[in-house]
Design a protein around this ligand. Sequence first.
Ligand code: URP
Ligand code: ZN
Ligand code: ZN
Length: 460
Amino acid sequence: MSILIKNGRIVTGASDFIADLYIEGSKIHAIGSGLPFQADQEIDASGKLVIPGGIDPHVHLEMPFMGTYSSDTYSSGTLAALHGGTTTVIDFVLQTQGSSLYQALDLWRGRSSGKTYSDYSFHMAVTDFNRETRQEIVAMIEKEGITSFKTFMAYKGALMIDDGQMLALMQEVKTHGGMVTVHATNGDMIDMLIDKHRREGHFSPLYHYLSQPEITEEEASGRFIDLAYYTGVPAYIVHLTCEGAINKVREATIRNQKVFVETCIQYLLLDAALYDQGFEGAKWVMSPPLRTRKDREALWAGIDQGLIQVVATDHCPFRWEQKRLGKDDFSKIPNGHPAIEHRMELLFSEGVNKGRISLNKYVELTAINPAKIFGLYPKKGCIAVGSDADIVIMDPDREHEISVNNHHMNVDYSGYEGWKLKGKCEKIILRGKLAIDHGQVNIDKGFGDFVKRNPISSVI
Ligand code: URP
Ligand code: ZN
Ligand code: ZN
């Protein structure tokens, strides 16, 4: 099978130019003007952008959490991702405290293998670091291609590890060429504030927000950065939301420490005022919570300054009946928000079209940097000869509206209902196959491959 994409505006991290792109089998075979190839399929991309397929390195599919499961399965979630131009996702395996990493990996493989539409990989969340877990780290990296280890500084009793475990894990991961990533909020402080608010009779979603003030994230981010500095492990902060935390990252640069940082599309675009509307606010109950205008400004500036390298989603959807588990108590509302389908188009419309980021920065944030940071580059996240032909053809001028009535995620509301966007992902090519064409799906469940990742390079 071969595809010739003609006259598209090809965007890379460093340049953009009008050219043809020829795909043979699953790989990019040639890029240039007036390419002489006869292909099985020819696509006229005049006036369109040709960009690397998106990589979302932070999603939770079918994840057991807070007494329920996130509502997108590996099938529905990866299909929604593809519709929105994301061709690879990195999901999280969660170790159960008291069990091994391999027990968790087996469970996650059972749920996911043969079921995805997009390509996918796993981070391993270490929730119980002990003598046995230590021995599994090297096999995860070298045998399974799982090279990043997620830690939680919150969710005590289920996922949180203490600083001693964190340090020991960092030392082990560093020895074998991996990366430690973190949900950086101070779990003890948050639990204390939750208790206080409940004792005072406050149970609405607004108190979820008030239980996680900026300082809880600023403090934990700083602590994590210091531990990473001491051990020298490559370090990555997931879903960073606020000015205080980004300033901790900025401070680290003074001692020449590099910390990779991800924010998520919702933290760039949505405001904590959404919590101030009774139980409706449960749609945006996520951790950390949405913040304020000064934080959004700090995040956009952090992108501009190179302190933030990745925009992900932390896609963790729950249907309304699941959110209602917390109708009488905010602390029981499953934490998470649906976004896997709209990250690429939201960031294009609100970021590129509104002049906040360049096209080159856009492809860096959505594809190139996550591929480089997580050991997928140049197989993924790269428009170059020899790379996987994971490509999005986007109409930069096409207008459309986000709605629960047209999205593909398994969730019965949208966090962005009625948002009008400019820029639509029209054709999505995954490993040389035109997987989605104007909303029509041309691949079957199971087309998505598990991708083993390389040890982490500290250079991006
Ligand atoms: O609210 C969130 N973020 N839910 C998913 C779990 C996590 O903390 O990333
Ligand atoms: Zn988290
Ligand atoms: Zn998450």
